[in-house]
Design a protein around this ligand. Structure first.
Ligand SMILES: Cc1cc2nc3c(=O)[nH]c(=O)nc-3n(C[C@H](O)[C@H](O)[C@H](O)COP(=O)(O)OP(=O)(O)OC[C@H]3O[C@@H](n4cnc5c(N)ncnc54)[C@H](O)[C@@H]3O)c2cc1C
Length: 385
């Protein structure tokens, strides 16, 4: 076990922080409030090799692991400009295609996802299924050489920026008629694919969409991997998603803590800076400890994932996402308290972070579903639902 990052990892961290600080939170909120995107930052990060750092070198990626990808997102978020689509495009979609795609799917998609020239969104959540993915009703039916996909998806991030969406549906077993999970790459221009933006109350440049899949006809090679193995494949992508969600949360928490500490050092309303009062300093110290603990679990999860231990990585990824969400919510809340009235001004922008950081307790997997997982799988308690 080694808690010291390599020279390469430290250099990557410094280079990403440098890029993030050139854009920063003012760029992020300006784009979010004007309906813009983070396109310039995304492309610059892509050119520098940050977006596809985890993808195989032979397909244009950096050949490193999820540890490095999560490091990139953590540092961008810590600079105030986390790229949500990194959770989806290189982490979920890139990983699943790199591990289970056909040679043609790899050749086509991985260089694009690695350079950031293409973004792939990910659609699993459905209006009537929510946390219960066993109730998914998006179904793909074979019709000769093609698949015909029908269903609805909700809260799908970044569809407007994406060239395709990796859709989690079901396919009917030809012999038994039983439905089995299956993953399909659906280009957003395919006839029958339509989407509608949802009006969200989050200050963020990435938008969420309702998707309508009406008789979407796809070629046979739109199916990623094997029909029967889709659950295993799905988790190969969902564990990276949880680790990346943790990275985004830890980074956002670090950003908020940095703002709070800076303010607590400067602001004087009695004869000393407010940070001299333990009522202000101790909660910030607690936030620091809890963020570091979450970060440690995130590193453990990424290290296990990169070592190929999917089972152990699954437990650690859930725990990391839980811990990071709780720590970042507390960090932003405490930063808001530390800044007092200033936190509510657009100049400081901390109040705008409340909703986005609060989302991490719900998505991509809710706090309760993680507790269900740990109760059942780590503690061996009976399933309650
Ligand atoms: C900003 C944002 C971006 C998103 N991006 C994407 C995306 O790109 N792709 C995608 O597929 N999805 C995306 N989602 C969806 C997200 O993954 C879901 O919101 C999340 O999985 C929870 O599902 P739900 O909202 O349907 O809640 P529900 O499943 O309806 O749950 C509601 C509440 O009930 C609790 N609950 C449900 N079942 C149980 C149980 N058995 N035990 C205890 N408590 C329970 C939940 O924990 C939650 O608190 C996004 C959501 C948001 C808010």
């Amino acid at each position: 076990m080694d808690f010291t990052e390599t020279d390469e990892q430290r250099a990557l961290r410094a280079a990403v922080a440098d890029l993030g600080n050139r854009y920063g939170y003012s760029y992020f909120t300006k784009q979010a409030r004007s309906g813009g995107r983070l396109t310039e930052l995304w492309h610059e990060a892509g050119k520098l090799g940050f977006i596809g750092v985890n993808l195989p070198e032979e397909y244009g990626g950096g050949g490193a692991g999820l540890y490095e990808l999560s490091l990139v997102l953590e540092e961008l978020a810590a600079a105030g400009c986390g790229l949500l689509m990194m959770v989806v495009s290189p982490a979920i979609c890139g990983t699943i295609i790199a591990r289970f795609g056909t040679p043609e799917q790899k050749r086509h998609w991985l260089p694009r996802l690695a350079s950031g020239s293409s973004i792939m969104a990910f659609g699993i959540t459905e209006p009537d299924a929510g946390s219960n993915s066993h109730k998914l009703t998006t179904v793909a039916t074979r019709d000769g050489d093609t698949w015909v996909l029908n269903g609805r998806k909700i809260y799908i991030s970044g569809v407007d920026e994406a060239e395709a969406v990796l859709i989690v549906g079901r396919s009917a077993d030809a012999k038994t008629g039983k439905l089995r999970p299956a993953l399909f790459v659906v280009p957003t221009g395919t006839p029958g694919f339509t989407c509608r933006p949802l009006e969200m109350d989050i200050v963020a440049p990435e938008k969420q969409y309702l998707l309508f899949l009406d008789d979407v006809r796809l070629p046979a090679d739109a199916l990623v991997g094997e029909e029967g193995a889709a659950l295993l494949q799905l988790f190969a992508g969902l564990n990276p998603e949880r680790i990346m969600a943790a990275a985004m949360a830890v980074g956002s928490g670090r950003y908020a803590l940095g703002k709070a500490v800076g303010y607590a050092r400067e602001r004087e309303v009695w004869d000393v800076p407010i940070g001299a009062h333990q009522g202000v300093a101790h909660p910030l110290a607690q936030v620091k400890i809890e963020l570091e603990l979450a970060r440690l679990m995130m590193h453990k999860a990424a290290t296990l994932y990169d070592a190929g231990d999917d089972m152990a990585a699954g437990e650690a990824a859930n725990m990391a996402k839980y811990a990071a969400a709780e720590a970042s919510i507390k960090a932003v809340d405490q930063a808001v308290q530390t800044l007092g009235g200033s936190s509510m001004t657009a100049e400081f922008g901390l109040a705008a972070m409340l909703a986005s950081v609060r989302t991490t307790r719900i998505a991509p997997v809710s706090r309760e579903m993680i507790l269900n997982f740990v109760a059942q799988h780590s503690l061996g308690l009976p399933k309650s639902y």
